[in-house]
Design a protein around this ligand. Sequence first.
Ligand SMILES: NC(=O)c1ccc[n+]([C@@H]2O[C@H](COP(=O)([O-])OP(=O)(O)OC[C@H]3O[C@@H](n4cnc5c(N)ncnc54)[C@H](O)[C@@H]3O)[C@@H](O)[C@H]2O)c1
Length: 338
Amino acid sequence: MSQLNVGLLGAGRMGAFHGESIAKRIPEANLYAIADPFPDTAQKLADKLGTNIKIYTEPLEMMKDPAIDAVIIASPARTHANNVIAAAENGKAVFCEKPMAVTVEEADRVLQVVQEKKVPLQVGFNRRFSKGFKSAHEEIVAGKIGTPQLLRSLTRDPGLGNPNIPEWTIFLETLIHDFDTLLYLNPNARPVEVFVMADALVRPDFKDKGLLDTAVVTIRFDNGAIGIAEANFQAVYGYDVRGEVFGSEGMLQMGSIRESSMTRYTKEGVSYNTSRYDQDLLFDAYVAELKSFVEAVQTNKPIYATGEDARSALLIARACIESYKLNQPVKIENGVLV
Ligand SMILES: NC(=O)c1ccc[n+]([C@@H]2O[C@H](COP(=O)([O-])OP(=O)(O)OC[C@H]3O[C@@H](n4cnc5c(N)ncnc54)[C@H](O)[C@@H]3O)[C@@H](O)[C@H]2O)c1
């Protein structure tokens, strides 16, 4: 089978990691081109990753390149929907970092074009490819812990660098992972009610500029289960992603902040090192999601983490924004906020 020719859109932090995975970790794929509006950014990454990688400064031009089979979108969140649509209109398979879109209307437009053009679309919900979360999903589907009653998913980022971030980032870009995780761990259930409490506790001085860096979200599902998602942008001890599902017949826990299985025993006590970056803690999951995408495109296998999954998680994020503005619970009926 010939290698899948991939065009990478966005050569920032996440794009650099995905570009390296395509160039060096996934032999079935070839990093054919990189597009970034900043030519130096794209060129620097290309120089690091190989020879003969084509550079584009106009993302839409890359989409038209007939040699490209698939596009990875790792540009800023608010450009995703238009970029997915452009890629799909050019017949490319698409891997899009989360969120797929920032409004439900945009998400519906994306899904419509993707369906019309019949192109595969995967969204970057990497926790579905992290071994612990994947095993938990399989156990829940097999009924090992009975009916889910309480679910929990949390993300604590290691540090808030620049507090000048786009409004609602905590819901649209961070907790969106947790919303997808809760949906993944409560299969076929749909959210019916969402309530959020959020604040700027890390940088209170930026709250009036729209920063929220701490949030707890309560979600009621139509199967009766109640879920909690929580996030904070500054965990001093490292990058922390964990989950738990409590069911009628038992409980499952996922995630560990350990950097390795080594435990240190000294006169000070017992300790271990922690992962400091998402790309360390979830390294295997980031590579596995791209491997799965490449294989699905090459062999026509099903996509895990679909555009429909992305819309479902986004709907909860939008409900959070409404709930925060109103300071009251928000209801969801038949896939729309009411
Ligand atoms: N799955 C995860 O765990 C995870 C982790 C980090 C980031 N992300 C997501 O990845 C995306 C990128 O985040 P990042 O941290 O790499 O950001 P970044 O700012 O480091 O990189 C973004 C890059 O996109 C380029 N760019 C800007 N506008 C563009 C456009 N219109 N088309 C193409 N490129 C454009 C920028 O020049 C920059 O090089 C975001 O959606 C973010 O939410 C996902």
